[in-house]
Design a protein around this ligand. Structure first.
Ligand code: NAD
Length: 484
């Protein structure tokens, strides 16, 4: 395992307004490299006092930011995108060191985030409002799309750069200031992003970066100076966020977890389906919200698909995240590895283990590596099928007709994504309409363009990131009625 290039990490220190704070009321924490468990650097974590300072800085910066001519805001965001592209290699390396993401995956993140900034920069001079017809009294009635003011953004550790692109970019384009709280597991990308904003000429206070844990998160959700919350993370934490938000009735957008289904019909291109299933299992070690972790297969091809999945896993290179050939790295932390192993052990009593199910030893022993794991003959009511593992664990089960496929796919508390594998065009439209999810992919996942509205239903959350809907999350209409 290669030694992580710790020198690529930015200086530790909270970014609040024009200040860089190296000391904090909440003290410091150690960051560890997931592939070896070794400490990289210590960094200060934000407490309530620092969050309060950041919100104050955001409120102070907001009038000027909101009043900035649209073309200037557009150009600033385009400059941010340009800097992200210029620093792509550095940002990819930070991502690898930060959460153990393999370089083969991390290399794509900066371009994706730059795209999101460019796309949203385009909205900065287009969101305006609408003139509405009135009757029976004639009037001029118009609704202006206004920014909320200060948005508290809480992101997870699995893809900080992507989260920044999906959430911070539209929030800024709409004219809001942001207090960004990355988790204590992954402070580095967000801090480097904060530095790049300064370099781009974004005024101090428009974005403050306050890495921290639950205390910082709670302080942000309860702060009366926050006008809107945007939370990405687990359902359990979302409940805490809403409990905090209710104090000031702060509106919140929630992007939460999933237990998404891959529905594989007998007429599908099984090779393509299995390749995608295995790809999403190993991508970021199954730690993506979109992971189609339940594979539900038509009975006539069920045994064949189970065999193909197990066979294809033999070609997956698990290993050093810094090796560009590596397809799957570690999970994010020792605590995550213990939690995932606990869920695997529980699943052993419920379903048939096909492959994996172990912590990896030898050169992997000091890091947090779990072998890609596949369970078959999974009952949809089992613990495994009902709970998000957020690790490299797949469950496979079978269906006999379209109605059963849809019933099983919809049979969890989640509703994030669904994947349909069939060459029957009419069936794919019919099934897509019946899936209780926010996003459906048919015969392949080819990423998420910035124009795509993305989000969940049921316990996968509400609100959308991406596209026109994504920017509307950060504006609210003010209506003006003028009697004529
Ligand atoms: P998490 O809920 O543990 O943490 C998310 C964020 O909330 C972190 O910044 C954390 O520090 C913060 N937090 C913790 N306690 C808090 C509190 N009491 N108040 C406010 N904030 C608090 O989630 P995680 O482990 O970081 O991420 C994994 C989860 O995120 C999975 O469920 C995954 O599916 C989900 N996720 C969803 C999306 C999406 O777009 N739908 C994207 C990525 C991840």
């Amino acid at each position: 395992m290669r030694t992580p290039p710790v020198e690529v990490l930015p200086d530790p220190g909270l970014i609040i307004g024009a200040d860089r704070l190296t000391e904090s009321s909440a003290g410091t924490l150690e960051h560890r490299y997931a592939a070896t468990g070794q400490v990289t650097r210590r960094f200060p974590v934000a407490g309530a006092a620092e969050v309060d300072r950041a919100v104050t800085a955001a409120r102070a910066a907001h009038p000027e930011w909101a009043a900035l001519p649209r073309d200037q805001r557009r150009r600033l965001l385009l400059r941010v995108a340009e800097l992200i592209r210029d620093h792509a290699e550095e940002l990819s390396l930070i991502s690898v060191v930060e959460n153990g993401m393999p370089m083969s995956l991390a290399a794509h993140s900066p371009a994706l985030t730059a795209d999101l900034f460019e796309y949203n920069a385009g909205w900065a001079d287009k969101i305006g409002g609408a003139v509405e017809p009135t009757w029976p009294v004639e009037a001029l009635d118009y609704a202006i799309e206004e920014p909320y003011g200060v948005v508290g953004v809480i992101i997870p550790w699995n893809g900080p750069l992507a989260s920044i692109g999906m959430v911070v970019a539209p929030a800024l384009a709409a004219g809001n200031c942001v207090v960004l709280k990355p988790p204590e597991l992954t402070p580095w990308t967000s801090l480097r992003f904060g530095e790049l904003l300064t370099e781009a000429g974004v005024p101090p206070g428009v974005v403050s970066v306050v890495p921290g844990g639950p205390a910082a998160g709670e302080a942000l959700t309860r702060h009366p100076g926050v006008d809107k919350l945007h939370f990405t993370g687990s359902g359990a934490t979302a409940r805490r966020v809403l409990a905090g938000a209710q104090e000031n009735l702060t509106p919140a957008c929630l992007e939460l977890g999933g237990k998404s289904a891959n529905l594989i019909f007998a007429d599908a291109d099984l090779g393509a389906a299995v390749q995608q299933v295995v790809g999403s299992l190993v991508q970021l070690s199954g730690q993506t919200c979109l992971f189609g972790s339940r594979v539900i297969v038509e009975a006539s091809v069920y045994d064949q698909v189970v065999e193909m999945v197990a066979g294809m896993l033999n070609y997956i290179k698990v290993g050093d995240p810094l090796d560009p050939e590596t397809m799957m790295g570690p999970v994010v932390s020792a605590a995550a590895a213990d939690r995932i192993m606990g869920m695997i052990d529980r699943a052993r009593g419920e379903c048939r283990l096909v492959t994996g199910g172990t912590r990896m030893s030898g050169e992997f022993a000091d890091g947090y590596f779990i072998a890609p794991t596949v369970f078959a003959d999974t009952d949809n009511d089992s613990y495994l099928a009902q709970h998000e593992v957020f690790g490299p664990v797949l469950s496979i089960s079978k269906f006999t007709d379209d109605a059963e496929a849809v019933r099983l796919a919809n049979g969890t508390p989640y509703g994030l994504a669904g994947y349909i594998w069939s060459t029957d065009l009419q069936r794919t439209h019919r099934v897509a309409a019946q899936l209780a999810v926010g996003n459906v992919w048919v015969i392949g996942f080819f990423g998420m363009p910035p124009s795509m509205p993305f989000g969940g239903v049921k316990q996968s959350g509400y609100g959308r990131v991406g596209g026109r809907d994504g920017i509307r999350e950060f504006t609210r209409p003010k209506n003006v009625w003028i009697a004529l």
